[in-house]
Each structure stands twice: as structure tokens, then as C-alpha cells.
Ligand binder design. Structure first.
Ligand SMILES: CC(=O)N[C@H]1[C@@H](O[C@@H]2[C@H](O)[C@H](O)[C@@H](O)[C@H](O)[C@H]2O)O[C@H](CO)[C@@H](O)[C@@H]1O
Ligand SMILES: [Zn+2]
Length: 299
């Protein structure tokens, strides 16, 4: 083991996300569950979220078109969210904080920024991610599916770079990035359509100004592609607290059953989080990301 490496027998999971808030929105319950179980959990965030909108008036002028301070502020939100999820090591950014900038939603001018994540040099970014993987030696890596969950360019970029880095980590590429490490399981975080539909049906009273999603409006995948359902019902308070920590991006309803982004579209806080195990048979069905892995056999 080298400095910063976890003990061999402790399960190690790496979550690769595009912006501060994604870790809590899509995988907050899973992070909290495995952290609470004693696993070594790392959240790697690719940008600072500089191009986000801001909920409320207090910090509205931090946005990119005004003070352009939102990225720094969101580091603090991410730190608080990770405390709520039980990740003691705090925020960690691909290439170091500020290396890559939030590219903005598809079709926006911010994608032209030289540091925009979508403009990252693929070899450089993959090499940076390989170095993280080889240092952490994760048993599980989680990121988005090829569509980035809902098509955000930074999410799609995170998928592409993570997929290539997981493959490269096991190869002789990037010899300066440490000893090769084969990641046993690579997952995409997804939202199972049946769970989303059921959750939306259960939404009761919502805050003024929010609205219910239109049928099919929330990102979701057909249940048939989902390989893994992780029960997070025991850690929903931690997930709610983490969502609330991202207060410029996320609002949680007073009853705690729903959240909304700055678009004020109510989304259910689900008791299960769903994943697709990359390159696995579509018939795979599991309830544990670590299924089939013996950490003691993986030094
Ligand atoms: C969850 C997520 O990926 N959020 C991103 C996203 O933010 C959305 C964006 O501002 C959109 O215009 C709003 O309607 C929506 O409510 C927001 O969630 O894109 C931002 C810019 O790239 C990013 O900072 C934010 O983390
Ligand atoms: Zn995002």
C-alpha cells in the first residue's frame, strides 16, 4: 500500500460525478449506505458547477454572468453534503479544484470556455482519472450512462472519460500514473422508470411555485436495463440533508418526500437507487454493488 490507500480488506467505491449536487441527487443514498457500512467511499467531482443557476436571492449574484463566484461557493455546499453522507475525506476534484469548468447546459455559449469540461484533452483527463483509480484501487466505480442521465454535456463527458479510464487503468497505458489496477465492477447510475412513475404518483402537497413533472419528463430508463437496485430506505435522512446542503441548486419539500432543482419541477426522493452493471448480461439482478466481490481477495 502507498500513502492514501485504504486497508486491503475494506470495500472501496469511487463515484465520478460532473457537478457538485449530482452525487447527492443520483447516488446520495447509496453513498450514505456504503459509507455507513464502513466502506471506503470517494466522490470525485469533475467541475465546480460554475454555470449553475441559483435558487433564491441571497446568492443570486454569484452566477457566472455576474460575480462568477458560484463555483467556489459550491465547493462548500459539496463539503457539507459529503459530511451528511458520511464521506469524511470531503470534496475531491478531477485534476484538482478548478482544473475543469462547468460546460453549461447543451447549446449554451459556456461550452466555448477553454477550461470547459467538454473541451478537456482526453488523454490528459483520462490520465488524471487513471491516477486516481490506481491510487484508490476501487472495487466499484460508478458514473452516468452514455446519455449522461439526462443529456447534460458534462455528464456525457464524465461517462466517456470514466469508461476509458477504467479500461486504461488495467492496461500498461499511463505508466507514470502508478501500478495497473483492474476495477472489478463499473456501474452507470440510472433512474428506473417504474420507480420514478410510482414515486411521482405518491407526491402529495408540493410547495407553492413547484409543479408536478409531465409524464415522461423526468429522466428514466426502462426497467429491463436495470441490473441493480440498492435499498436506501434506511439512509433517506442523510440523503435529504445532503440534497438540502446544495441549497443554491436543490430545494427539499417541507415533508421531505420530494426535491426540486431550480426549475421547480417536483421529483420524488426514492427509497431505492438503481444502476446498470456495465457489460453484464441484461438478466443480471442484484441488490448490492459489491455482489460477487471478496474485498479480502483484492489487496
Ligand atoms: C443536476 C445537474 O446536473 N445540475 C446541473 C445543471 O443545472 C440545471 C440547469 O441550470 C438548468 O438550466 C435548470 O433548469 C435546472 O434546474 C438545473 O438543475 O446544469 C448546470 C449548468 O451546467 C450545472 O451547474 C448544474 O449542476
Ligand atoms: Zn450535473
Amino acid at each position: 500500500m502507498t500513502a492514501g490507500q485504504a486497508a486491503p480488506s475494506v470495500p472501496r467505491l469511487l463515484f465520478v460525478h460532473a457537478h457538485p449536487d449530482d452525487e447527492s441527487i443520483t447516488t446520495g443514498g447509496t453513498i450514505a449506505r456504503y459509507a455507513a457500512s464502513g466502506a471506503d467511499v470517494t466522490v470525485l467531482t469533475c467541475t465546480l458547477g460554475e454555470e449553475g443557476e441559483v435558487i433564491g436571492d441571497r446568492w443570486a449574484r454569484l452566477v457566472a454572468d455576474e460575480a462568477d463566484q458560484l463555483g467556489g461557493y459550491r465547493i462548500g455546499e459539496l463539503a457539507a453534503a459529503l459530511v451528511a453522507l458520511g464521506v469524511p475525506t470531503g470534496p475531491r476534484f478531477l485534476g484538482g479544484g478548478g482544473r475543469y469548468r462547468d460546460s453549461g447546459m447543451a447549446g449554451t455559449a459556456s461550452a466555448a470556455h477553454p477550461r470547459a469540461f467538454v473541451n478537456a484533452d482526453p488523454d490528459a483527463a483520462v490520465g488524471e482519472l487513471v491516477a486516481v483509480i490506481r491510487q484508490l484501487r476501487p472495487h466499484v466505480v460508478v458514473t452516468y450512462d452514455a446519455d449522461g442521465g439526462y443529456g447534460h454535456p458534462d455528464h456525457i463527458q464524465a461517462h466517456r472519460l470514466t469508461r476509458e479510464a477504467v479500461s486504461a487503468s488495467a492496461s500498461a497505458r499511463f505508466p507514470e500514473a502508478g501500478m495497473p489496477w483492474r476495477v472489478p465492477k463499473l456501474y452507470w447510475t440510472v433512474a428506473a422508470a417504474s420507480a420514478v412513475e410510482d414515486g411521482v404518483c405518491r407526491i402529495g402537497e408540493i410547495p407553492g411555485g413547484w409543479r408536478l413533472p409531465e409524464p415522461g419528463e423526468l429522466p428514466a430508463v426502462d426497467d429491463s436495463v436495470v441490473t441493480t437496485a440498492v435499498d436506501v430506505s434506511a439512509v433517506l435522512d442523510a440523503k435529504r440533508a445532503a440534497l438540502a446542503a446544495h441549497a443554491t441548486q436543490v430545494s427539499v419539500s417541507p415533508g421531505g418526500g420530494e426535491f426540486a432543482l431550480s426549475n421547480n419541477i417536483a421529483q420524488p426522493i426514492l427509497a431505492a437507487e438503481h444502476f446498470v452493471l456495465a457489460d453484464a448480461p441484461s438478466t443480471t439482478r442484484e441488490t448490492d454493488l459489491l455482489a460477487g466481490i471478496d474485498p479480502t481477495a483484492l489487496a
